[in-house]
Design a protein around this ligand. Structure first.
Ligand code: AMP
Ligand code: MG
Length: 313
């Protein structure tokens, strides 16, 4: 039998999270691998622990709508969705508010964020005790099934992360994700909240976003952040190009950012999105990007660089 975490266990877990450590916790959908969403290093630990090979935007879990509104701007329809279905298995994609404080690795450099208030006593107690949003993808190694018991989390992650045990999850599948476009509700991912339930509550059809569909409204971009500049993988930049370096780099007479002069992957991952944004903002037509070793976080960094460099249609 598992003992339900008491107040002290919650307080301890909250202190760990505030200190940048990971804690796995139950929600009504699946167990989440939680990190302080405002702490880039903590969020990067999620990637390292899951062995996740690509950076994708993570759902930020909040204690209530008030916390959500400090992070993002809710249109009347987005707010109505939250008021109707929170706490619950509905993640709502909303535009970030200036000064939101979320780490850019938590949003994968997007200007929107998927927010959700989980319907679970332990998750909510934890969120309130932390007082900050928590990034929490499923608490399993990348490519494996989402865990619905604490035991599965321990087995999957090999005891590397403390787990708050709340027994078995009610839903067992991930949250439904929607975005709002004017008066339309667009479903980005099917999940524990049925589309029909949203349709019944709001008296309108929920549009299913086609995979990879190009939608222009804010918050609807399924594609990942891509710079305006063309990108080219090379150790040597050409004159007129901007350069994203990694490790010791020679002199270059142009706009340069170095992901990590010491050649450190964690530092590189932390700098990735902000430096891409900065170099893009210089107006350079081409950004030359140095290759990064393909190990640990390097895999996710390279994936992002390759996709940013891929030709766009
Ligand atoms: P999870 O790994 O459970 O945190 O789920 C993350 C899912 O939410 C991914 O499928 C993302 O594509 C989606 N998602 C998160 N943030 C956004 C966003 N800002 N825009 C579109 N989809 C998002
Ligand atoms: Mg998962």
């Amino acid at each position: 039998m598992s003992t339900f975490p008491d107040e002290e266990a919650i307080a301890q877990a909250a202190a760990s999270l505030r200190a940048g450590k990971l804690v796995a916790f139950p929600t009504e959908t699946v167990y989440g691998l939680g990190a302080d969403a405002t702490n880039a290093d903590a969020v990067l630990s999620i990637y390292e622990t899951k062995g996740r090979p690509r950076f994708n935007p993570l759902i930020a879990h909040v204690a209530d709508l008030a916390m959500a509104e400090t992070l993002a701007v809710f249109s009347p329809l987005a707010r109505a969705l939250a008021e109707r279905f929170w706490p619950g298995p509905l993640s709502i994609v909303v535009p970030l508010r200036p000064g939101h404080g979320l780490a850019d690795v938590a949003t994968a450099g997007l200007d929107t964020v998927a927010l959700r208030m989980p319907d679970h006593k332990i998750a909510l107690a934890l969120l309130r005790a932390v007082g900050r949003p928590l990034s929490a993808p499923s608490a399993n190694p990348s490519g494996k099934l989402s865990p619905t018991t604490a035991e599965q989390v321990r087995r999957g992650l090999g005891g590397r992360v403390p787990v708050l045990d709340g027994g078995a999850c009610k839903a067992g599948v991930e949250s439904t994700i929607v975005a709002v476009d004017g008066e339309s509700i667009i479903q980005l991912r099917a999940g524990a909240l049925a589309r029909e339930e949203i349709e019944a509550a709001f008296g309108r059809k929920v549009i299913r976003a086609a995979k990879g569909a190009k939608i222009s409204a804010p918050g609807m971009l399924l594609s990942h952040y891509a710079p305006n500049a063309a990108m080219r993988l090379d150790t040597v930049p050409q004159p007129g190009e901007a350069f994203l370096a990694f490790g010791p780099a020679g002199d270059f007479d142009g706009e340069v950012r170095n992901l990590s002069p010491a050649g450190e992957l964690h530092e590189a991952a932390r700098n990735l999105f902000s430096m891409l944004h900065e170099l893009d903002a210089t107006g350079a037509k081409v950004i030359a990007v140095a290759p990064v070793p393909h190990e640990g976080l390097g895999e996710a960094i390279n994936d992002r660089l390759q996709r940013a460099a891929a030709p766009r249609g």
